[in-house]
Design a protein around this ligand. Structure first.
Ligand code: ADP
Ligand code: ADP
Length: 233
């Protein structure tokens, strides 16, 4: 069965008397080892869908099965548990701890998972090596380039071996040359069997994915396979 199964999902925000239907009935399924871009104009519901996919919030109606588990009605604590186990987040703004070394940043999710210190350290170093930052483990974020920071963030996202890598405008703060570096890393992860979902408004970034889902006004406008994906090399 699918890794992600979303059925007739809606999300309505209420702000005083105002009601915003951010998602108005979205159904979609994503299998393991897919590489998906989510696109759409500003306000079309991308962040809302991303928050649902990442178990940061629950839908107003409809269902979301993740790895066979219905996560659409979980409590905040239960959601946090699923999130830590299943989701690796990569954000536009990197979200690294500024005073901590790369090693500490990447280790952090393992501390929450209760892993012993020496094992944690070993895993974090291996992960930093796999994103070609083996020579930067004691650097702090402000001692790194944007692309290096984002690679630290990717290493941190991967450290728990998540089912899904969820990236929100991962190249948004990078110049295009550095952005390609991140897309090259995603390509490698995809070929290695990972499931990657990237929210982006850049067609050139989406062209690296194998499938593009477009939202408009809270609805799924199109869902297409990419015939000739850009292969970042
Ligand atoms: P996108 O990411 O595509 O720009 P969003 O999912 O952020 O779209 O927003 C979809 C709609 O929902 C917009 O009209 C936005 O103003 C509204 N919205 C998003 N988050 C909230 C919130 N927390 N409270 C109220 N309205 C929201
Ligand atoms: P935006 O959509 O404005 O670019 P972000 O991508 O930074 O915002 O965050 C998207 C969502 O993820 C927000 O609801 C935010 O509260 C949440 N979030 C941000 N950083 C983290 C984090 N480190 N861990 C978990 N959730 C986060």
């Amino acid at each position: 069965s699918a890794l992600i199964d979303i059925y007739e999902m809606t999300k309505t925000y209420f702000m005083g008397h105002q009601r915003v239907d951010a998602l108005r009935g979205v159904s979609l399924s994503i299998k393991q080892n897919e590489y998906v871009a989510i696109m759409g104009p500003s306000g079309s519901g991308k962040s809302t869908l991303m928050n649902m996919l990442g178990c940061l919030d629950t839908p107003s109606s409809g269902t979301y099965h993740l790895n066979g588990q219905d996560v659409s009605k979980l409590s905040d604590d239960e959601l946090a548990g699923v999130r830590n186990k299943e989701i690796g987040f990569v954000f536009q703004t990197f979200n690294l701890l500024p005073r901590s070394t790369c090693l500490s940043n990447v280790e952090l999710p393992l501390i929450y998972a209760g892993m012993p210190a020496d094992e944690r350290r070993k895993r974090a170093i291996e992960m930093l090596e796999s994103v070609n930052l083996g020579d930067r483990i004691y650097h702090r974020p402000n001692e790194l380039s944007g692309g290096q920071r984002q690679r630290v963030a990717v290493a941190r996202a991967l450290i728990n071996n998540p089912s899904i890598i969820l990236a929100d405008e991962p190249t948004g703060n990078l110049d295009s040359k550095t952005g390609v570096e991140i897309m090259r890393l995603f390509e490698k992860l995809y070929l290695g069997g990972n499931t990657i979902i990237v929210v982006t408004h850049e067609e050139e970034i989406a062209a690296h994915a194998r499938r593009i889902i477009r939202l408009r006004d809270g609805l799924l406008e199109s869902d297409t396979l990419v015939e000739n994906p850009t292969l970042a090399t």
